[in-house]
Design a protein around this ligand. Structure first.
Ligand code: ADP
Length: 474
């Protein structure tokens, strides 16, 4: 492990050079073998040519001795032939001729059966003094007598050639390695440069500087992709942080207002010795604020438990219309107080499959808003219908002020209120619709609003349904 360099750059360069060395070694061995094979072939071919040359220069002396024609001694072919090892034998192995170069050494000993009879015989042999030679032989008919001519090439020649070539390669290798290592090191450095820059920038990002992003130098490659992925992760984290920050600030604000009201009412009453009636009034308004506080705290708790995934849905099938009727009955007093008309229509048998408690909470919140925002004498309609065979829709319309499109997109956000200046009984915490949204979506439903200022609002929820007639749309 201690040999493993720390830096990726060094490791990659070493890998690069190591792999190159292995490939080069295999290449060298391959080239050497090929050279050997080729040179062996060339030598055999040359030897065969030599045999033919020699054959043309031979003649028998009257005493039966074989000789080479003297007048050819200065012939260029002959010179070449003299550089080889040459031996001429009778079929019984009697040596008829040896050239000067061979001297008194023997080139291959007694002929083996069939040697050179059917074309050239080629082999590698060790001659009497131990020299390795490539040997070619052939049987010829010379003036009616059979002779076997053998030509040998010293293998040293091949080795010398090969050694020369290998030597050049071996000497050049370190230079090639050094060059490759340098180029590789530079190349890896350039490739990893964006990573270094990303790391440098990432070091500077903390919770206060979440708006910073990693540099994306080459968007098309893997590193660019990595930076893009990290950047979109940073965007999500930044968004969550921002949401959390806003939530904390809004929640503190929401809790502080009723607490300040309780305190000021208490302080004022304590200062000016009031009557029992006035004390009762003060306690009454303090309790009202406490109720508001309790409401906000409960909603906050529900949302934070929902965020933490601690709320388990108890799914059952129940008729939607009965649930809406039940929710409306909870608001009956308020509806009567404002002389509102409430109308509920739709099939009694349409059932939904969801957690009844949380769906009721969502419906109560939407209905409560409709009651709050509809002016005295206004009208609220709740319609239940099937939206396809597997989906039920509940739409709650009112004749309230309506919501403009830019607000409509945000009314489901936490603590979002269209009109911040609203006061009195109308004043809400801006959490009702965000809880409704969570409750509906946690039950595989959808929630939305269609509204325009001056024309009232229609809040709708869609939930998984049972009991909707197939293909029939109401
Ligand atoms: P709140 O407790 O303030 O009602 P909600 O989350 O229930 O909080 O609603 C958010 C905001 O959406 C409200 O403050 C109000 O401005 C707007 N809103 C909700 N329901 C209606 C409606 N039926 N008509 C007009 N505006 C509405």
């Amino acid at each position: 492990m201690w040999l493993r360099p720390k830096r990726v750059r060094t490791r990659l360069t070493l890998w690069y050079v190591g792999t190159l060395a292995a490939i080069l070694a295999v290449y060298l061995v391959g080239v050497s073998l090929l050279l050997l094979w080729q040179m062996d072939g060339i030598l055999k071919r040359l030897a065969a040519e030599d045999l033919e040359t020699v054959k043309g220069l031979l003649y028998f002396e009257p005493d039966g001795q074989v000789e080479v024609r003297q007048d050819y001694h200065h012939h260029s072919d002959w010179k070449q032939v003299q550089e080889r090892l040459l031996e001429i034998l009778a079929p019984d192995g009697t040596i008829l001729y040896r050239n000067e170069r061979l001297g008194d050494r023997t080139l291959g000993g007694l002929p083996f059966p069939g040697e050179g009879e059917h074309g050239y015989s080629g082999r590698t042999a060790t001659i009497s003094d131990g020299t390795r030679v490539v040997l070619i032989s052939r049987t010829y008919d010379l003036a009616g007598k059979t002779v076997l001519i053998r030509a040998g090439y010293q293998q040293d020649l091949i080795w010398k050639q090969l050694k020369g070539t290998l030597w050049v390669l071996v000497v050049a290798s370190p230079l090639v390695f050094a060059g490759t290592a340098y180029a590789g090191y530079k190349m890896v450095g350039r490739t990893l440069d964006p990573v270094t820059k990303m790391a440098h920038r990432a070091e500077q990002i903390n919770s206060e500087r979440l708006n910073e992003r990693l540099p994306v130098e080459t968007p098309g490659d893997e590193l660019g992709h990595l930076a893009t992925v990290f950047n979109s992760m940073l965007s999500r984290i930044e968004q969550s942080f921002e949401q959390l920050r806003r939530f904390t600030a809004d929640a503190s604000h929401e809790l502080r207002t009723p607490l300040a009201a309780i305190r000021s009412v208490g302080e004022v009453r304590l200062q000016d010795g009031a009557t029992a009636e006035e004390y009762r009034d003060a306690i009454g308004s303090m309790l009202e604020e406490v109720n508001r506080l309790t409401g906000v705290v409960e909603k906050l708790l529900t949302l934070s438990r929902a965020d933490a995934g601690q709320i388990q849905m108890q799914v059952s099938v129940f008729p939607l219309k009965a649930l809406v009727r039940e929710a409306a009955s909870l608001l009956e007093v308020l509806i009567e107080e404002k002389h509102l008309s409430f109308q509920l229509t739709g099939d009694e048998n349409i059932g939904v499959e969801a957690d009844r408690l949380y769906v009721r909470q969502a419906v109560v919140n939407i209905l409560h808003n409709a009651v709050k925002f509809t002016p005295v004498g206004g009208k609220i309609c709740a319609r239940i219908a099937c939206d396809g065979p597997l989906r039920a829709e509940l739409a709650i319309s009112d004749t309230g002020p309506g919501i403009s499109p830019e607000h409509a997109a945000r009314v489901f956000d936490r603590f979002y209120r269209v009109d911040e200046s609203r006061t009195g009984t109308d004043k809400g915490g801006g959490l009702g619709l965000s809880i409704a949204k969570w409750a509906v979506e946690a039950n595989n439903g959808e929630i939305g609003v269609s509204s325009s200022p001056g024309n009232g609002s229609t809040f709708w929820i869609r939930l998984p349904a049972v009991g909707c007639p197939p293909y029939e749309q109401n």
